[in-house]
Write a new protein. Structure first.
Length: 190
């Protein structure tokens, strides 16, 4: 598998495909997103990595400032822009109650999400999917992005978002961002 990682070493999705750079998700960077489990631009502990890498697929605890008073809901997106794919790989997407100022460790678990957390399909499954980069591909960045939305997210003619909505459809439908915050962590499989 390390051979595959070395062959794909220069193949990366890139930052420009992150939700953070979508014009409809632009907003004031006023939410301070953090985790007691790792610092911004630091290594994510193995506990939070994928099970096949010896981790537990346990989502890290996250905390943030109170969202602006007009916030209808929060959108949390976790992406890997270093994946050797056309777009950043989605490791989790969720709609959160606007009153929340954090989620506990494991709060993005598909079986038992924290109160106020509604998990959507990340493309391959619902819930948090821990880091699991290709061996030998180098460090991967995992970007936790939180958006305070001024109106409830809806898709199509529906007045809600189906749990099975594809991540790109969710991101395209989001807008009216009142505030946003970002936390980057790194993980490398050697």
């Amino acid at each position: 598998m390390a051979v595959m990682g070395k062959l794909l070493k220069n193949k990366r999705a890139g930052d420009e495909g992150l939700a953070w750079h979508a014009p409809n998700l632009a907003g004031a960077n006023t939410l301070q997103l953090s985790s007691p489990d790792f610092a911004h631009e630091a290594t994510i502990p193995t506990l939070h990595a994928g099970k096949r890498l010896g981790g537990q697929d346990l989502s890290p605890a996250l905390a943030w400032d109170a969202a602006p008073a007009q916030t209808a809901q929060l959108l949390l997106v976790i992406e890997d822009p270093d994946a050797p794919t056309a777009l950043p790989y989605n490791h989790g997407i969720a709609l959160l109650d606007a009153a929340l100022t954090g989620v506990p460790q494991g709060g993005l678990d598909a079986e038992t999400p924290a109160d106020g957390v509604r998990l959507l399909s990340s493309g391959s499954r619902r819930g948090y999917l821990g880091p699991a980069p290709i061996k030998g591909h180098g460090p991967h960045r995992y970007v936790f992005q939180l958006f305070a939305l001024g109106k409830p997210l809806t898709i199509g003619k529906s007045d809600t978002v189906p749990d099975s909505a594809k991540p790109r459809a969710v991101l395209a439908a989001a807008g009216d961002v009142l505030a946003r915050g970002r936390l980057d962590g790194f993980y490398e499989r050697v």
